[in-house]
Design a protein around this ligand. Structure first.
Ligand SMILES: CC(C)(COP(=O)(O)OP(=O)(O)OC[C@H]1O[C@@H](n2cnc3c(N)ncnc32)[C@H](O)[C@@H]1OP(=O)(O)O)[C@@H](O)C(=O)NCCC(=O)NCCS
Length: 157
């Protein structure tokens, strides 16, 4: 089990972003923005991965995605998640998302995945996220296809 810290060593997270976004993550500024919560996976005092959470339900508007389903108010959104280069495949991303599931039991957790991002698609599928919408978005000259996935709120009480 890894230790998860909140808003920890943000300058190190920026390095993780630079080294390992793999062309799938764009919004580096979210790391230092107060609108987002950063959950950081820590080993020996050092970040080895992190997740940027947008803790509100209006994420599609904010991220400019043209989704066609309505989002319940008790919803949060994984803005992005990155594991440090050299630390992939050790359960870092799994620990971060499982932590989120515990912390936000009464919330639906959403993410938007590029269909070409094989590892991210496998990760969310493995952790029980289900596809709820599919849409296109222009990025530079390309038309990218995305899937909206949802992990349903567990504890409604
Ligand atoms: C996607 C990413 C966050 C996964 O992080 P990770 O720490 O390596 O993932 P984990 O080790 O926790 O793996 C969890 C599950 O994801 C799936 N998975 C992860 N990497 C995989 C791979 N290379 N092939 C197949 N499945 C994979 C597996 O189901 C795995 O569970 P299992 O090992 O029990 O089968 C990481 O590859 C990354 O940082 N990618 C670049 C940035 C990015 O694309 N982020 C997502 C978009 S916001």
């Amino acid at each position: 089990m890894f230790k998860i810290e909140k808003n920890y060593k943000l300058n190190e997270l920026e390095k993780i972003f630079d080294e390992n976004n793999q062309g799938f993550v764009y919004d580096k500024a979210s790391i230092t923005s107060d609108e987002f919560i950063k959950y950081v996976c820590v080993e020996n005092g050092e970040p080895i991965g992190y997740l940027v959470l947008y803790p509100k339900c209006d994420f599609a508007v904010k991220d400019d995605y043209d989704i066609s389903v309505s989002i319940p108010t008790n919803s949060i959104y994984i803005w992005h998640i990155i594991t440090k280069k050299g630390y992939e495949g050790r359960g870092v991303a799994k620990s971060l998302i499982n932590f989120l599931k515990e912390e936000y039991k009464r919330f639906n957790i959403y993410a938007i995945l590029d269909v070409n991002n094989f590892k991210s698609n496998k990760l969310h599928e493995r952790l029980g996220f289900l596809p709820v919408d599919k849409f296109e978005k222009a990025y530079k000259e390309d038309l990218e296809v995305y899937t909206l996935v949802r992990f349903y709120a567990q504890d409604k009480g």
